[in-house]
Design a protein around this ligand. Structure first.
Ligand SMILES: [Zn+2]
Length: 472
């Protein structure tokens, strides 16, 4: 079956556009990765579920993908205006770890969470600290072309020299200039100028620093993405993703660096996902609502329920996370799994009418996801098929397997619950855990869950109909 053409919302054009790759049948994609100074949280989970869905949608239409994601392990300052401390060095000092150990620890945490959400790893994962020579080369190129200048604390990019600087984020430079309050760095020529290379402080030693033609120091945050995406994908590639917060500074600066260095447009399609709100508020340290995978699991929730929840909202709309909405998603997913099992058990061969009907559902489903990843509509179509009384179970099963290639809910792995009995000791622990959950003692409940897993090889699953368990 020929799929409908793919349309993607390109931030650069502020419009949905037909997707035409540079090389027919192939897609080069760069995903801005995490700064690894703390645990991955809901914001990351949503961003990379969006990225994973995008990859699956492209793959479903037969595209061969090459995907690259960076790990920011140096140079991301606490303020996007190139002031403040390096997030890595600051967190390392607070946690009494080296910046290198800190990066390794949180990178592992990040990928563990991604695995639990069934988010495929990128083909290439590149660390900023391992690409310093490429960044220095790129800065040298910009220097030669006259885009840089030196201040007492680093080498800066002169944004007003790049003709289209304001275009991507639709910035009003005049307003920015007039509105600039007391400039924290009076040596900067223009308010949006940013550091390409920062010098190490004279009075203290940084853990992460390198020699450069301009002096010992470390790269700015933006230069890493320009250097690494072009290193692995060339100076023209198809798609670059990130959160919407990256539009006005990080991606605007990336374009200024890359396009100025090579003299043409590097990225063809820019895609950005919206934020997650938590219980109606912005995520913030003071509200303690940066929920991590451990928070999700402490409540006994299957991480794939979170993936399901993300799919119920379009990636370009703000979504409000609540524990209630996560329970609803978990219930829906568990029903979906039960139905999948029933359909799988249906041995009746699909009739001609079933085949025709299933093809119509599939067409509609692909139309939805190929229309800028409209997953809420796709889920609605999936449920319509599941509930269709005139469609054979076996046909539904085949259909669900195809849908799941895009949705990534691991429906293929659903197995019928075996009738097994629990030993007395295990049975007691399962009951104990249930009681803890009823009492809202999630940490204790999670301890029991871990014990059941590690000591008895029992995996616990919470469903609407109560707690289920299975042997590993
Ligand atoms: Zn980036």
């Amino acid at each position: 079956m020929k799929n409908s053409p793919i349309k993607l919302f390109n931030t650069a054009a502020r419009a949905k556009q037909a997707f035409k790759p540079l090389k027919p049948g192939h897609v080069g994609m760069y995903n801005c990765g995490p700064t690894v100074y703390d645990y991955a949280h809901l914001g990351h989970f949503r961003a990379y579920t969006f990225v994973d869905t995008l990859k699956r949608v492209l793959a479903a239409s037969g595209y061969k993908l090459k995907t690259v994601m960076n790990i920011t392990d140096v140079g991301h300052l606490t303020s996007d205006a190139d002031t403040g401390e390096d997030k890595m060095e600051k967190a390392a000092a607070e946690k009494r770890m080296t910046a290198w150990d800190l990066a390794a620890f949180y990178t592992t945490d990040f990928f563990d969470a991604m695995d639990k959400l069934n988010i495929a790893r990128p083909d290439i994962v590149c660390k900023a600290t391992e690409h310093i020579p490429q960044m220095i080369e790129l800065i040298k190129k910009l220097e030669k072309k006259g885009y840089t200048y030196r201040t007492s604390d680093g080498i800066y990019y002169d944004t007003y020299k790049f003709k289209d600087y304001a275009k991507f984020a639709q910035l009003n430079l005049k307003q920015l200039q007039e509105g600039a309050r007391v400039e924290p760095n009076p040596e900067k020529r223009n308010p949006p100028d940013f550091a390409l290379w920062k010098f190490s402080p004279k009075d203290s030693k940084r853990q992460m620093e390198w020699e450069s033609p301009w002096g010992t120091g470390f790269p700015g945050w933006h230069i890493e993405c320009s250097a690494m995406d072009m290193q692995y994908l060339g100076d023209r590639f198809d798609i670059h993703t990130g959160g919407i917060d990256h539009i006005p500074i990080h991606h605007t600066n990336e374009i200024a660096q890359s396009d100025a260095a090579v003299g043409h447009k590097v990225v063809q399609y820019w895609m950005h996902n919206e934020f997650v709100m938590v219980e109606g508020s912005k995520m913030s340290k003071s509200r303690k609502n940066f929920y991590t995978m451990a928070d999700i699991e402490a409540r006994g929730v299957d991480p794939l329920a979170l993936r399901y929840l993300f799919l119920t909202a379009h990636y370009r709309s703000k979504m409000n996370f609540t524990w209630g909405s996560l329970s609803d998603a978990e219930r829906a997913l568990s029903t979906l799994r039960e139905r999948t099992m029933e359909f799988k058990a249906d041995k009746k061969k699909p009739q001609r009418g079933d085949v025709k009907k299933a093809a119509a559902y599939e067409k509609e489903f692909m139309l939805a996801v190929n229309n800028d990843l409209n997953t809420p509509i796709a889920l609605a179509i999936m449920w319509a098929a599941v509930r269709d009384a005139d469609l054979a179970g076996s046909a539904k099963y085949e259909l669900l397997m195809k849908f799941d290639d895009v949705l990534g809910l691991r429906l293929k792995d659903v197995k019928p619950a075996r009738k097994e009995t629990l030993s007395d000791e295990v049975g007691k622990l399962v009951k104990m855990r249930e009681q803890f959950r009823k009492d809202g003692k999630y940490a204790e409940a999670d301890e029991v869950r871990k014990r059941l897993d590690s000591e008895f090889g029992i995996v616990i699953e919470d469903t609407v109909k109560g707690t289920k368990w299975k042997k590993k």
